[in-house]
Design a protein around this ligand. Structure first.
Ligand code: NAG
Ligand code: NAG
Ligand code: NAG
Ligand code: NAG
Length: 220
């Protein structure tokens, strides 16, 4: 084989593995001296879960700060999100799994670039919004399962309780018991922006399980 084509083959191999095979289990092993990056993140998430499991993205900042303190400039935020999510799922009863790491962070981070589907869109619009990101219906249903824990501010769905689609009344498709429950939690014209559990199961709102999907199914 002529030398140049071997070089091309090798270049292709490395290029290909860089693009498609860069993620791996234990990517940070040995990259931070004797510190175990996954252990550090795990510890931070553990302490958060013991304080308040429903708090938000600040845990990522805390985990990033803890990692940077011992290993500056090595571990990406993208990987910390993946590791911290894995640990939060596990602490919430969702089981354990390993994650691959080795993601790079983007060079630009602007709130104005965030493009999330809003909470009021229809199922077909939601399928289209996920498809636009290369995610299919199966992916969408899995990702919606993330609503098994967490909260939403009343302001995100208040219109469905009191003034659905400018009708002056609630969403007629809404379960009446759910409507009553949510109205107590989110009083009309209240100056307080309460939160409501995404998973309305009394015992399962902080547990990673299938109850969110079961509630969706039973309300169909
Ligand atoms: C969605 O994509 C995943 C993997 O990319 C695949 O396993 C699954 O079968 C797909 N689902 C549908 C409904 O196409
Ligand atoms: C909202 O109201 C408009 C105008 O009456 C109507 O065309 C539309 O179908 C309604 N949307 C929903 C989700 O009910
Ligand atoms: C909330 O405000 C609307 C519009 O001002 C009013 O029609 C309604 O009666 C108020 N509801 C309560 C419970 O105060
Ligand atoms: C309620 O809180 C959410 C989340 O912080 C925010 O996006 C929303 O604007 C707030 N709404 C009101 C009416 O304060």
């Amino acid at each position: 084989m002529p030398r140049f084509s071997l070089t091309l083959v090798l270049a292709f191999f490395f290029f290909k593995s860089y693009c498609f095979g860069a993620l791996q289990y234990g990517f940070y092993d040995g990259k931070c001296g004797s510190s175990d990056v996954e252990d550090i993140v795990h510890g931070v998430v553990n302490s958060w879960c013991n304080i308040d499991p429903t708090r938000g993205f600040d845990v990522i900042d805390d985990a990033k700060a803890a990692v940077e303190a011992v290993c500056p400039g090595v571990v990406s935020c993208a990987d910390i999100i993946v590791m911290a999510t894995r640990d939060a799922v596990s602490f919430s009863g969702g089981g354990t799994y390993n994650v691959q790491t080795g993601r790079r962070d983007g060079l630009v981070s602007l709130a104005s670039n965030v493009d999330l589907p809003p909470p009021f869109i229809s199922v077909s619009d939601s399928i289209a919004a996920f498809a636009a990101k290369g995610l299919n219906v199966t992916d969408m249903v899995y990702l919606f399962g993330g609503h098994t824990v967490g909260v939403a501010h009343c302001s995100n769905f208040q219109d469905r309780l009191y003034n659905f689609n400018q009708t002056g009344g609630p969403d007629p498709a809404m379960d009446s018991l759910l409507l009553t429950t949510l109205r107590l939690r989110c009083p009309q014209n209240s100056s307080v922006n309460n939160t409501a559990n995404l998973d309305q199961g009394l015992l399962s709102s902080t547990v990673v399980d299938t109850s969110f999907h079961q509630q969706r199914h039973s309300s169909d």
